[in-house]
Design a protein around this ligand. Structure first.
Ligand SMILES: [Fe+2]
Length: 388
């Protein structure tokens, strides 16, 4: 749930005659979520979006679960990964998965995407660990930079244009359920409330319509559905849009705009919550903040039995106060069923500290996560015993 927005030209009333300069009709497309019950937008095309020129063979695009991994506290040593592939699509490296979500790294080498892409399986949350560029979509251009979460509703057609001088490193969470702002921070009409750690001004919709490559004779689009990429060819640009309006569109939110909530005693992870995917997972942002100010407070967290969730942390900047030996760019997974807690010595060490400069992105899932075969190369076999 975002807010109402419009770009370009639209007719005064929906579903009415809206004509191009040559007198022909524009082609209205309703992009609706949850059937007709969720948020939606109306887009106006120069050419019908149904006009397909060709369909090529589908390409396998899945993951394999690592069999027999068992129940373990997990550390994935992904800090030194430079690239995970060449193209933005081939570079996706799924590491942890369940029936609701896929958590991947995507560190592409190429600065241009070969194809247009749409994910028909789910919404995407793309966290920009490093990088800068513009995401071109049918809703317009979404500029992004380090620290941005790019929230992309399913079936948004996009093509990334990366900055020539930057390295591109993304954490991607693909979600079966829509990725939304946090429900308890919204009033009954959807506006973010005063106690929310961010507000509408921090959510950035597309800035202008895209004019990317309008004169090609063919446009190649890869559509992810199931464990395959389906390869469609169109004869006109998917960004032939004259205008649109609605609530459904891609947007960015910067982790640097998250205003931390602090207290006299240790605040629980929900104060860091940034997004929700109902019934599936929450996303939290750990950001620099003042520590707890009760005279006897312990800033490091208590031991925690997460009895019905799996907790993933991706460490993005600074030194995480409760962990030892975890580098920036690495993951930990603390699965439900076994307690986790601060590493030996970190509780005492945290006492008296005034604040932290750490950044981390947390994804807590309500269904157990499975490690993939692709993740096997990064497993730290000693991590489960690192509290000894
Ligand atoms: Fe926890």
């Amino acid at each position: 749930m975002t807010y109402y927005y419009r770009l370009g030209e639209i007719p005064p009333k929906r579903h009415t005659q809206f004509r191009q300069p040559d007198g022909s009709l524009y082609h209205e497309e309703l992009v609706s979520s949850l059937g007709f019950s969720g948020i939606y937008s109306n887009i106006y095309h120069k050419v019908p979006p149904t006009k397909v020129k060709g369909i090529k063979a589908s390409i396998p695009y899945g993951y394999k679960i690592l069999e027999g991994y068992g129940l373990k506290m997990t550390h994935l040593k992904t800090a030194d990964v430079e690239f995970t592939g060449d193209d933005y699509l081939s570079a996706r490296l799924p590491l942890m998965v369940n029936s609701q979500c896929i958590i991947s790294l995507c560190y592409p080498k190429q600065l241009q995407m070969e194809d247009y892409f749409k994910n028909a399986d789910g919404d995407e949350m793309i966290y920009v660990y490093e990088g800068k560029g513009e995401m071109h979509t049918q809703f317009g251009v979404v500029p992004f930079q380090k620290g941005d979460y790019i929230v992309v509703p399913r079936t948004t057609i996009y093509k990334m244009e990366f900055d020539q001088d930057s390295t591109q490193k993304f954490l991607i969470v693909e979600s079966k359920m829509p990725i939304e702002t946090v429900g308890r921070y919204r009033n009954e009409l959807g506006q973010l409330l005063e106690h929310s750690p961010y507000c509408e001004r921090d959510l950035h919709p597309p800035v202008r319509l895209s004019d990317l490559d309008m004169t090609a004779s063919e446009y190649s689009m890869k559509i992810k559905k199931g464990a395959e990429l389906h390869h469609y060819i169109y004869g006109n640009s998917p960004f032939d849009i004259v205008g649109w309006d609605g609530f459904l569109y891609p947007y960015t939110f910067s982790i640097y705009d998250f205003e931390p909530i602090t207290g006299r005693l240790h605040q629980p992870p929900p104060v860091h919550q940034t997004f929700q995917a109902r019934g599936a997972f929450v996303v939290c942002s750990f950001v620099p903040r003042l520590f707890d100010y009760h005279p006897l407070s312990i800033p490091a967290p208590y031991n925690h039995s997460n009895i019905d969730s799996d907790e993933v942390l991706f460490y993005t900047e600074g030194n995480f106060m409760s962990r030892k030996g975890i580098a920036q760019g690495a993951f930990t997974l603390h699965p439900g069923g076994i307690p986790h807690g601060p590493h030996p010595g970190t509780m005492e060490k945290s006492i008296g500290k005034k604040g932290t400069e750490e950044y981390a992105v947390m994804v807590d899932t309500f269904a157990p996560l499975y490690i993939t075969e692709q993740a096997k190369a990064f497993l730290d076999e000693e991590y489960p015993f690192s509290w000894q």
